[in-house]
Design a protein around this ligand. Structure first.
Ligand code: TZP
Ligand code: MG
Length: 211
């Protein structure tokens, strides 16, 4: 069900992250070579209720057309309602074992981690992959912790091996080679793609490092 290759070029966004029409932007990114999409509706202008369900359904449809896995951030009810491929939870969200009880084998589970301890715990509790970060400084997450840096990332990759790791936070094509050298399977990105004039070129540049 889960494949580590999904992590190569993992785009995370809510409708609020895009400058232009969100659905058209998601479609353009998927056509450009994104390998997984996570819907992360966050903040005061996040879609809620029926609007969120409707939007998620439309994004899922696009993902299906491009054979790209569709992952929901945090909202398990939404993930079940629309039949997402995966669910991604943070340290403050529902514990992994409880998530697994609810979703069983219908969905894969990703977990955000910032330390070796959190990463090993996520592995022991049955995460299919972990997100590790913030790697570098980021303006995209209001409550982001102190960046762990490349050394911190490399330590976690080794500690959880062979559990696949996707790095997150402040990642751009210019630093992707260093991320690759850490042993991470790929990059999870918000702003480098959602704010790009030419997202296709950015995605292509990432994909030269992670194929
Ligand atoms: N978790 C850790 S950093 C981050 C999240 C959701 C934000 C990443 O966004 P960007 O714009 O790619 O730095
Ligand atoms: Mg969360």
């Amino acid at each position: 069900m889960f494949k580590p290759s999904y992590l190569s070029m993992y785009l995370i966004a809510g409708h609020q992250n895009f400058k232009n029409d969100p659905l058209a932007s998601v479609e353009r990114a998927l056509a450009g070579g994104v390998t997984a999409f996570q819907l992360r509706e966050k903040g005061s202008d996040a879609y809620r209720g029926q609007a969120r369900i409707q939007f998620a359904r439309e994004v899922k449809r696009i993902c299906q057309r491009y054979h790209v896995p569709f992952i929901i951030n945090d909202d398990i009810d939404l993930a079940l309602t629309i039949g997402a491929d995966g669910i991604h939870v943070g340290q403050e969200d529902m514990p992994i074992e409880e998530v697994r009880k609810v979703v069983k084998e219908r969905m894969f589970i990703g977990v955000s981690t910032t330390s070796v301890e959190e990463a090993l715990a996520a592995k022991a509790e049955g995460a299919d992959y972990i997100g590790v970060g913030p790697l570098f400084a980021t303006a995209s997450k209001v409550d982001a912790k102190t960046p762990i840096g490349l050394e911190g990332l490399t330590t976690i990759v080794k500690a959880v091996h062979p559990l696949p790791v996707v790095a997150i936070g402040g990642i751009k094509p210019e630093n992707a080679a260093l991320v690759k050298a850490s042993g991470a399977k790929g990059v999870a990105v918000i702003s480098a793609i959602t704010t790009a004039e030419k997202p296709d070129q950015i995605i292509c540049a990432f994909r030269t490092h992670f194929d």
